[in-house]
Design a protein around this ligand. Sequence first.
Ligand SMILES: O=c1ccn([C@H]2C[C@H](O)[C@@H](COP(=O)(O)OP(=O)(O)OP(=O)(O)O)O2)c(=O)[nH]1
Ligand SMILES: [Mg+2]
Length: 151
Amino acid sequence: MSEQFQVQIKRLPGNEDVPLPVKMSELASGFDLYAAVAEPVILAPGQRALIPTGFALAMPGELEAQIRPRSGLAFKHGITSLNSPGTIDADYRGEVKVLLINHGSESFTIERKERIAQMVFQRVPQIILQEVEELDATVRGAGGFGHTGTK
Ligand SMILES: O=c1ccn([C@H]2C[C@H](O)[C@@H](COP(=O)(O)OP(=O)(O)OP(=O)(O)O)O2)c(=O)[nH]1
Ligand SMILES: [Mg+2]
C-alpha cells in the first residue's frame, strides 16, 4: 500500500448534482473532473474558457494538485488545458477551475457534468533557495535547447 493522504473536499453550493472527482480505475493517477457549468459552453476553434468544477480543496501542505488534460478529448476534439499542468496550491481555498482551449477545427460544447480534465496530486518538497557566487562545474555546462543533436 503506498502512502496515503487525507484531502478535504467541499462541494460548493448549487452543485449537488455534479459528481465529485473520481478515479475511473483502481490505479488511475488522476481523478476525473466534472464540469459545473450552469449552461453549456461552446468553444469555437481557438477559443478558451475557464470551466468551474463545483468544489474546493484543503490538502496537506506537502501536496499540490495538477490539472491535466484528458487525452481522449485532446485526440478526438483538440480540447486541452491551456496552462497544463495547472497548479492548485495547497493553500488555495477557492473553486478549482479548468482552463480549456479548443485547438481543434470544429466547435466543441462543454455540457454540465461532462468529464473535462483530471487532477493528479503530487508531493512538493520544501526547497530553500540558496544564493551563491559560483555554481559547480558539469560536463553539460551551459549547453541546452537541443545542443546534443541537430534537431
Ligand atoms: O488550472 C488552474 C490553475 C490555478 N487554479 C487556482 C488554484 C491556484 O492555487 C491558483 C493560482 O494559480 P497560479 O499560481 O497558477 O496562477 P497565478 O496567475 O500565479 O495567480 P496567483 O497570483 O493567484 O498565484 O489558481 C485553478 O483553479 N486552476
Ligand atoms: Mg501564482
